[in-house]
Design a protein around this ligand. Structure first.
Ligand code: ZN
Length: 221
């Protein structure tokens, strides 16, 4: 059986991916990794830690302060206020340039060291908000690059790539972890767990998706 490493931030998407991986690979073949890059909300790492502890999954946090030193954005800098949603579709100032490139590369190094071939990330093109390193073409390109860089057969899985937020809620429901995802994750850019602050872009997206899924579920009954 192949082993999988989930890149887990403690948010809705990566937490759903964790349980997707557990179902697909079996608990004993799954571990998770997170990155402490000086994000404003360290609490998300605590969320991830708690979720893994409850699920009995090994979770390792790798310090990557360099990302914070290089990048000025509202997720890592206290003095930059979080953008509300931008009508022109440009990325909000919570964009951390190259973050997924670095996270997935670091994860790959860790994975190879531990005999793990499969990497799982919650990146998603549907809701991509202009984040270029969430696109499918980037992930495919990075997969090739990592295999060449380390002469290894990595497979990067992106279970959420083509799902919208309501379908991500649906997946969590199918996996039987709706409760955990709803209550124990942190998606809010203002650092409030569960339902969040209600007015940052991440909260809007999460809430809209949840309501859409609940409506759909109601109709299916
Ligand atoms: Zn919020």
């Amino acid at each position: 059986m192949r082993k999988a490493l989930v890149i887990l931030s403690g948010g809705q998407d990566s937490t759903t991916c964790l349980f997707w991986a557990i179902e697909r690979y079996g608990k004993e073949n799954v571990s998770a990794i997170g990155f402490d890059y000086g994000q404003r909300h360290k609490k998300e790492l605590e969320c991830a830690k708690d979720i893994c502890k409850d699920a009995n999954i090994l979770y390792e946090v790798i310090p990557t302060p360099i990302i914070n030193e290089l990048s000025a954005n509202s997720l890592t800098r206290e003095d930059i206020p979080v953008d509300e949603e931008k009508p022109d579709g440009t990325p909000p100032n919570s964009l951390v340039e190259g973050r997924n490139l670095l996270f997935i590369s670091y994860a790959a190094i860790y994975a190879k060291t531990h005999g793990i071939t499969d990497l799982v990330t919650g990146v998603c093109e549907t809701d991509f908000s202009g984040y270029p390193d969430c696109r499918d073409v980037f992930i495919k390109s990075l997969n090739v690059t990592l295999n060449l860089a380390m002469d290894y057969n990595f497979v990067i899985h992106t279970p959420l790539m083509w799902l919208d937020k309501s379908q991500t809620w649906e997946l969590a429901d199918k996996l039987g972890v709706m409760d955990i995802v709803y209550n124990k994750t942190l998606t809010c850019y203002n650092g409030e767990m569960g339902e969040g602050c209600g007015h940052c872009p991440a909260c809007h997206l999460r809430k809209r998706g949840y309501e859409q899924y609940m409506e759909k579920k109601q109709c299916m009954k």
